[in-house]
Design a protein around this ligand. Structure first.
Ligand SMILES: Cc1ncc(C[n+]2csc(CCOP(=O)(O)OP(=O)(O)O)c2C)c(N)n1
Length: 380
């Protein structure tokens, strides 16, 4: 069996101006600027709006819980909802998703429970959800490693004639990693059904895009690997959805991988331990706040008569109940066995690990006994 497909070199550079279907004022864009993509139907756009509103409310809630000390860390995706929700909404439940730490709201949209998404950010467990059930890998912290996993799984699926697509997200900074290069190259050479979404949010912690690459756009890199690249307005959910949907369809039909760059901005700090005032100007943040992805779609939906007060209230209520549920599960104390830390590290634990486990077990017993006797003392 040969998996080779006829070699059709990709030579065209992505458009210099990002593709967009809705402009910042919420008007439909037609002609060359739309890159030949069609604006999705109103019911699809309304559903994308609902998902973005719920995602943002969740994100704001989790940031607040992190400030209250309920999570160890949280990388917010505030402002990146069009990329996060547009792309994840373009794959099917049987497709696989390979996310990063930044992408919790995409996991929420995929139907994963808030408490299960956040278990690792609270430090409770390596990963709080069933990856196979959700077809969603763990949120990778080592940059770009998930891109290789996405290519590997897609290649294996193709060998088995399983018609799935893999979607993976990575940041602008992660494109400089060797792993990203290997993933892009193997995906193109093997023609794997993989869609890479580079969320260009302008910063890798404090490193701006200008210090990351000399390429005119990150989408341009696709051409060098021999795959189509799309330079997209990452604050336009209509464009993000339409471009990803087309890439997913092409991948499923045996047309190989696609690299999509969504041009967006990280409004919040990198994580709660970052102080962005040290490396960027407040006026830049304000500039991007005025290009908010939710407001843009809202303006369009209102102008088309598809979003009245009753629907808006119903969506806001749904978002509130997700936030309330998130507060509830994250303020309840988790029941944890610290010794589980050593489970699932190796199939056959090494001597050093066994020794560490025994030491922790002894320490836990000792502190439990000390607790018991101090309680007994207090009761006397
Ligand atoms: C291999 C590796 N090197 C360094 C880091 C430390 N690190 C964590 S996040 C980050 C910045 C990543 O920026 P980007 O890829 O643009 O994604 P963003 O955080 O902006 O979503 C760095 C350098 C890491 N996690 N993994």
């Amino acid at each position: 069996m040969s998996l080779n497909v006829e070699h059709q070199p990709v030579r065209a550079l992505p458009s210099e101006k990002p593709i967009r279907l809705l402009d910042n004022a919420g008007h439909a864009v037609r002609g060359a600027a739309s890159g030949g993509f069609e604006l999705p139907e109103l019911d699809v756009l309304l559903e994308l709006y609902r998902r973005m509103v719920i995602a943002r409310r969740f994100d704001v809630q989790v940031t607040a819980l992190t400030k209250q000390g309920r999570l160890a860390t949280y990388p917010s995706a505030y402002g990146q909802e069009a990329c996060e929700i547009g792309a994840i909404s373009a794959i099917e439940t049987h497709d696989w998703f390979f996310p990063t730490y930044r992408d919790s709201i995409a996991l929420l949209t995929r139907g994963i429970e808030p408490g299960d998404i956040l278990a690792s950010f609270r430090g409770d467990w390596h990963n709080g959800y069933d990856q196979h059930a959700h077809r969603c890998a763990s949120q990778a912290t080592p940059l770009a490693t998930q891109t290789l996993h996405a290519v590997g799984l897609a290649h294996a699926a193709r060998l088995r004639h399983d018609p799935i697509v893999t979607l993976t997200y990575l940041g602008d900074g992660a494109t400089s990693e060797g792993d990203a290069h290997e993933a892009f190259n193997f995906a193109a050479v093997w023609q794997t059904p993989t869609v890479f979404l580079v969320q260009n949010n302008q910063f890798a912690i404090s490193t701006p895009l200008s210090r990351q690459t000399r390429a005119a756009t990150l989408a341009d890199k696709a051409v060098g690997y021999g795959m189509p690249g799309y330079h997209v307005d990452g604050n336009d959910v209509a464009a993000m959805y339409a471009v990803t949907l087309a890439a997913v369809a092409r991948a499923r039909d045996g047309g190989g991988p696609t690299l999509i760059e969504g041009v967006t901005y990280r409004i919040e700090p990198h994580t709660n331990s970052d102080d962005p005032t040290r490396y960027r100007q407040a006026r830049e943040v304000e500039h991007w706040k005025r290009r908010d992805p939710i407001e843009r779609l809202e303006k369009y939906l209102v102008s088309e008569g598809a979003l009245g007060d009753d629907v808006r209230t119903e969506i806001a209520d749904a978002a509130e109940s997700v936030a309330a549920h998130t507060r509830e599960v994250m303020t309840a104390e988790a029941e944890l066995d610290p010794l589980e830390l050593f489970d699932h590290v190796y199939a056959r634990p090494r001597a050093a690990l066994r020794e560490q486990r025994a030491r922790l077990e002894a320490e836990l017993k000792e502190s439990a006994m000390a607790n018991d006797s101090s309680h007994a003392g207090a009761a006397r």
